[in-house]
Write a protein that binds this ligand. Sequence first.
Ligand code: COA
Length: 288
Amino acid sequence: MTIRLSTPEVAGLGPLVGKLADWQADTGPVQLHPGDLGWFWRFGAERTANSVRVWDRDGEVLAIGMLDEPDLLRLAIAPDALADDELAQQIEADLVEPARGVLIEGEVYVESPADARVKVLLFKDGWNTAEPWTPLRRDLAEPVEDAEVAVDVVGPEHAAVRTAVQRASFDGSSFTDERWHAMAAGTPYASARCLVGRNERGDAVAAVTVWSAGPGKPGLLEPMGVHRDFRGNGYGRAITLAAAAALRDLGASSALVCTPSSNVGAVATYRAAGFEVLPETRDQKRPF
Ligand SMILES: CC(C)(COP(=O)(O)OP(=O)(O)OC[C@H]1O[C@@H](n2cnc3c(N)ncnc32)[C@H](O)[C@@H]1OP(=O)(O)O)[C@@H](O)C(=O)NCCC(=O)NCCS
């Protein structure tokens, strides 16, 4: 039995989104989420397909990678294949050899789930740990407290408001209305929502996109931001509460988010909205 590496066609993305959803579990490691693919979809379906790498054994999908950048691969692995040595060896071989078309030459980064065998193999190859990330989770068994701001669910006619808040929240954001529409046309967006928070004057002050992976599965916040002119007023906490409530309405068992540990404001905001800090994770970096 051999393990095969491939890049999907656009038509093949739907089933892969379904696999990523299946692999999410509150009890398992944090995995690349359908929402990560959904957020990437703003660049279009073609570019999304080109950024995905799939490892299968006799047609059974065992690992799915997404190249967030040409030098950053984020991996999800089927829960019962996390310790699969043959799979880990094949992924390792494909990652270290640029000709296989996964990662470029030089300094590159890989994110893989905790407990993945491939992590051990990459450390043995001399890879180092990189920047720490903090995952946070809020259980959604109980109803979420009121956000205490007005919250709109964004439809196509309000895309411009959503993208304007994004650009005012993240330095260097390239989110445009065209990209919002590309994202909203993607398979994962069928179980996603964009929310915009408004202050009492009606200004759009905060925004978030939430992605459900289906009932009983962890849902993802990606991204969340507060307009730079309106920070420090509790809107970050408020839009995060609204995001958690929206995910609960979509049937999610928990709300999940990941942020660089260095983003102390984001970690504080999620904690203020009832999220619990999970153990830090670190990408692995090839230093040569
Ligand atoms: C992080 C961000 C969302 C905070 O928004 P905000 O509206 O200012 O946050 P809030 O006023 O709701 O604050 C919530 C809590 O976080 C704390 N906090 C917010 N920014 C902080 C900072 N820079 N440093 C330390 N604490 C901070 C507040 O003190 C508050 O804590 P408290 O409830 O214990 O008093 C905002 O700065 C932002 O959009 N940053 C850029 C985008 C980003 O990083 N998004 C998250 C990425 S995943």
